[in-house]
Design a protein around this ligand. Sequence first.
Ligand code: 2AM
Length: 181
Amino acid sequence: MVQDIRPSGTPFKRLFFALPVSDAQRRGISQWRRGLGLRSGKPVPNENFHLTLLFLGDVDAARVPAVCAAVDNLARPGAPLRLLLDQLKTWPRANVLVLEPQETPAALRQLVYGLQQALLPLGFEEQAREYRPHLTLSRDFHGQAPEAAVAPDFHFSARHFTLYESRKGRYWPLAQWPLAG
Ligand code: 2AM
């Protein structure tokens, strides 16, 4: 398998935890996005839609099993995570166009907090920024969010969360954990 290699010769992977998006929902969001007629930015490919929980960045490949083991013992919400993506926003500093929920479920905050805490002993630092659930629609986006003719109203539900590797513009699931049961 082709590996990304540090100058020191150590293989690494670019990793993040996220809630996956179902195929049906990808199609729905992509179709709705087409209706926005975006003129700025690079649209995120449908197959890459996700809701980031925690971005880890470049991690030595040999540490992936330890990352997974740390997460194995995490307290889970005990039920699917549901949220309503009903806000179209720009994040001007990150230059992204995103879908956000108006309300962030407490169980989602707890999951993200739990992930951060579980990974502290492995040397991953706590995130300085406040967690904001979002689904990125477009990157390198400049200007204001367009007026949507049809207001966003995506009822999102996740039964598990996933550790992804970002490689060559695609996201590859490495491991997943159920949220309930
Ligand atoms: P995303 O657009 O794929 O979700 C590293 O900064 C990555 O973490 C960003 O590319 C973004 O990935 C995600 N991110 C940035 N700010 C965030 C925030 N406040 N809450 C959650 N995820 C964030």
